[in-house]
Ligand binder design. Sequence first.
Ligand code: UDP
Length: 329
Amino acid sequence: MKGKRVLITGAAGFLGSHLCDRFIKEGAHVIGMDNLITGDLRNIEHLFKLENFEFYHHDVSKFVHVPGDLHYILHFASPASPIDYLKIPIQTLKVGSLGTHNLLGLAKAKNARILVASTSEVYGDPMVHPQNEDYWGNVNPVGPRGVYDEAKRFQEAMTMAYHTYHQVETRIVRIFNTYGPRMRLNDGRVLPAFIGQALRGEDLTAFGDGSQTRSFCYVDDLIEGIYRLLLSDCATPVNIGNPSEISINDFAQEIIKLTGTNQKVIYKPLPMDDPKQRQPDITKARSILGWEPKINREEGLKITYNYFKSLPEERLFEEPHGRHFTKKN
Ligand code: UDP
């Protein structure tokens, strides 16, 4: 990776910022790009002093220009939580579709290899369990999640088309629920929601009856899988995630134990089209990439909790997009 020039979109986001760190560590010259709608410069401020890092404040839904050579592009710009899709649905559609088109065009022009971030949401509310890459999914195109799911499905189609018709070197990672330091505390995702609630002394809000399941992957494992996929020769989609599945109720109990909070679990209505179960089948990643997750939930949750605890207290009360919770006295 030494001497390679790598463009990372969504660089100030949760996954983008960890990717920047990884490629810097591998000796690459990293060009980070973000429009900062959901990204946060605090995630990458430690990189600005480095000579092999530069940052462009740019929206990739508009034409993307990067001077000089490019060897790799990692397209990670996108809102990625249900609260975000509801607040900024059009931008979510545009970054997955127009943004992907622009970056594929850039990859073609620069003769660069591109890896795009897809998602387990392409499987929708799955009828096959666990989900393997051959499953086509069960997605409601006009529901609240449709703006994300369909943008990502279009992204996959567009990426394969550039691979097939323009011989662009493309990679597609289907990312399952991932957690770790630098998640936005109040973006509505279940892990930061529960930890934030515990730290603020609020009850934990489980949606529906809490029997729905997810499988949570620690961020370092995910980044390793993505790095290996980029360097592999596999152009078809690959699931990266941790198959260890847990119900939201049991997850809430794990967070209660971890944080020592004396709050209880309360129940709120289940959001529309909320998938009932989700678990990655990672047979393909195991055989093609020799990859599997190494960090179990207990270990990963501890690191993540310590990160959230170390933040200045006012960050606990920040809402996404600049609004604030009322502080409880
Ligand atoms: N969830 C919950 N309480 C919350 C936030 C989320 O019970 O405060 C549930 C949500 O309904 C879903 C699961 O946790 O079933 C994971 O939600 P998240 O938004 O983290 O990810 P996704 O639904 O995209 O997998």
